[in-house]
Design a protein. Structure first.
Ligand SMILES: C[S@@+](CC[C@H](N)C(=O)[O-])C[C@H]1O[C@@H](n2cnc3c(N)ncnc32)[C@H](O)[C@@H]1O
Length: 249
């Protein structure tokens, strides 16, 4: 965990707690930020952001997440709203109750069939197996020390031949223009919410590097940049399983 590894405030559990505290405090503003409205409106910079989001939505529609679907870290429901177009068997998990409550309110207008689970993904246990597992903007918040564990857990949750679809941020200077108040290093970003500052893990993967790393973990994945801001990926486990050790990004 970088230079300050070992100090009490850098203990992994403390960092994850702080990250979660950020999303709890941020819940009321999250949709304004994601949709670039109000104080997050960046004028002409908004339009490529929205165009690329349309590309993501098209990619998800073409992927067709049917059957039993698990959304990890579903947050306020930006993507839950899209997933319910494809499945009536959706489970949405998030460790923070505040965004989940916003998600519930948003989705209740369309269906009452979604199951919500308020728990930490890294302790989540179930006998259920899913046809598709979806996560958006969560992989970048998974610290290097938990990366392999994350994918191992996803693997255990999938049915044989089950698939994953994921979305995240590209490393890009344009993204930094959108949120210039944030300061970042290779692994973290400092973010404000509720008058407080939080340190959040933010690991920005290059699509090729992510694909190669996933291949070493036994996944056959494709990762596609949408332009400047985002990438999406889809994959499933290879039959031959993981190979060798997995380096940190
Ligand atoms: C960047 S938001 C993404 C939300 C949503 N997927 C979206 O695309 O808008 C990250 C989400 O991860 C959730 N989260 C953080 N740590 C978690 C954990 N250990 N287990 C489950 N959810 C977690 C936060 O509460 C937050 O809702």
């Amino acid at each position: 965990l970088g230079e300050s590894q070992g100090s009490a405030s850098d203990d992994l559990g403390t960092r994850l707690y702080e990250q979660l505290a950020y999303y709890r405090a941020r819940a009321p503003q999250y949709d304004l930020w994601a949709e670039r409205r109000d104080t997050f409106d960046r004028g002409e910079l908004n339009s490529p952001w929205h165009d690329e989001k349309r590309t993501l939505r098209r990619a998800l529609d073409l992927f067709e997440p049917h059957g039993r679907v698990l959304e990890i870290a579903g947050g306020t429901g930006q993507w839950t709203e899209r997933l319910i177009r494809h499945t009536a068997l959706l489970t949405v998990l998030d460790a923070a109750p505040e965004p989940l409550e916003i998600n519930r309110r948003r989705i209740r207008r369309h269906t009452r069939m979604v199951r919500y689970v308020n728990t930490d993904f890294f302790t989540f246990e179930t006998d259920e197996r899913f046809d598709n597992v979806f996560f958006s903007y969560f992989l970048s918040h998974v610290p290097p020390d938990l990366f392999a564990e994350f994918w191992h857990r996803v693997r255990r949750l999938l049915k044989p031949r089950g698939r994953v679809f994921f979305i995240d941020n590209l490393p890009s200077t344009r993204a930094a223009e959108l949120d210039p108040e944030e300061t970042a290093d290779d692994l973290s970003v400092l973010r404000q919410a509720d008058g407080r500052t939080f340190r959040v893990f933010k690991i920005l993967w290059h699509p090729d590097e992510l694909r190669r790393t996933l291949s070493r973990l036994g996944w056959d994945a494709r990762v596609h940049p949408t332009g400047d801001y985002f990438f999406w990926g889809e994959g499933r486990l290879r039959d031959d399983g993981p190979q060798g050790s997995v380096p940190h990004p």
